[in-house]
Design a binder for this molecule. Sequence first.
Ligand code: ADP
Length: 167
Amino acid sequence: MKRRALYPGTFDPITNGHIDVLEQGLNIFDEILIVVAQNSQKSPIFTAGERVEMIREATVSYPNVSVSCIDNRLLIQYAKEQHATAILRGLRQVADFEYEFQIALMNRHLTPEITTVFLMPHEKYTYLTSSIIREVARLGGEVADFVPYSVLRHLAKKLSTNHTQPH
Ligand code: ADP
């Protein structure tokens, strides 16, 4: 049986840190399904559709990676339906730990047969977050070293349309 993992997140937008974790995950799993959470709590700047599109473009060269989107659904339930054996998450620093631990333990309680796996990104991505990318890009800084090309295009488009909106 193929080993399938779900890699959930907000991905607002996907960064090279996310991609690094994805690549590490592909060393372990046969298939990875990236799941974009709509996540109204975080008020993402990109729509779920835009986030899915950026991820699709950024992962087009990985045949074993697919992308989907969930809205207001229990992730672990979705993971079960998708026949996943694992949930993949990235751990950057200690700061990530407590939150990740809470979710992983709750998911384990709800569905013990699905295991949460934490992988570290390369150290150059340790301090990389989607929010810092959004902020630097908004202020006109260069983020090309940190995000896939598809994201650069979408960021430029998003920022130019925001600028043309009346204040
Ligand atoms: P969430 O809102 O679920 O935290 P994110 O899109 O911020 O969604 O992150 C999705 C997953 O990717 C999380 O496990 C997060 O810790 C991880 N992640 C975020 N940024 C990086 C990075 N720079 N390197 C490695 N993992 C990361």
